[in-house]
Design a protein around this ligand. Structure first.
Ligand SMILES: Cc1cc2nc3c(=O)[nH]c(=O)nc-3n(C[C@H](O)[C@H](O)[C@H](O)COP(=O)(O)O)c2cc1C
Length: 215
């Protein structure tokens, strides 16, 4: 593995959580992350993980009610709690705030109108962060798993906060990259907001048909 490939690229930042600790201490592990996860006042509607899972349902119609910044911070922080390969965090989150760019994302996402949602997070793979000395295809595989899992955590956190979401996998990668201005390949676009109406969960196949026991 040549060292050039392993160099980590720095992408533009600028995310500022609504509430931060009074004093920042680099020696305190995960200080900002823990602060956001544990702090109010965002209303956590459901703290029962299994109830959250049972109730989660994709939403494609969002109400105009804005999502509180403290909730968005928690959703983003939740992504950061997900496990990642080697803890290298081989993914990035692009938090799309610009209404114009959201409209461009609709087009990039096969004209799915609900992509113009109150909160839009694009999860991208960043294999250059994964510092294992493994072939590139393994690093890419890890990065897509990292990005996918993180988005799943954000999706569950959204539900726990009384919000709903739609996972977008149908998009033109290059168009999404052009809109958000990155050379990183997106893995999913997560659109979040208050649902216009609450729906019952969709049916699943019988759990017994899903599981294949291997002795
Ligand atoms: C990998 C993946 C890709 C998806 N892509 C889209 C998409 O592009 N557009 C869309 O409307 N829903 C998309 N969905 C949402 C699924 O349609 C939805 O999760 C599924 O119908 C189950 O419904 P539920 O989430 O309410 O349980 C995607 C979900 C996943 C996991």
């Amino acid at each position: 593995m040549d060292s050039e490939k392993k160099d980590e690229k720095i992408y533009p930042q600028g995310y500022e959580p609504a509430i931060t600790p009074d004093t920042s201490n680099d020696d305190t592990r995960n200080q900002l992350l823990d602060f956001i996860l544990k702090s109010g006042p965002s209303e956590v509607v459901d703290t029962d993980l299994f109830a959250v899972m049972a109730k989660r349902r994709s939403t494609r119609k969002f109400s105009d009610k804005p999502v509180e910044t403290t909730k968005i911070d928690k959703i983003i922080a939740a992504a950061d709690t997900a496990p990642t390969a080697g803890n290298y965090q081989g993914f990035e989150i692009f938090y799309v705030k610009s209404p114009e760019k959201k409209k461009l994302l609709v087009e990039a996402c096969n004209n799915q109108p609900y992509v113009d949602a109150p909160v839009v997070l694009v999860f991208c793979k960043n294999p250059s962060r994964v510092k294992f000395d493994f072939p590139e295809y393994i690093l890419t595989k890890f990065a897509i798993q990292d990005a996918t899992l993180a988005a799943g955590y954000s999706q569950l956190a959204s539900q726990a906060l009384g919000l709903s979401s739609i996972w977008i996998g149908m998009f033109d990668e290059q168009k999404v990259m052009d809109v958000i201005g990155t050379d990183l390949i997106p893995s999913s676009v997560l659109c979040i907001g208050y649902p216009e109406q609450t729906k019952f969960p969709k049916p699943r196949r019988n759990l017994k048909d899903l599981v294949h026991v291997v002795w």
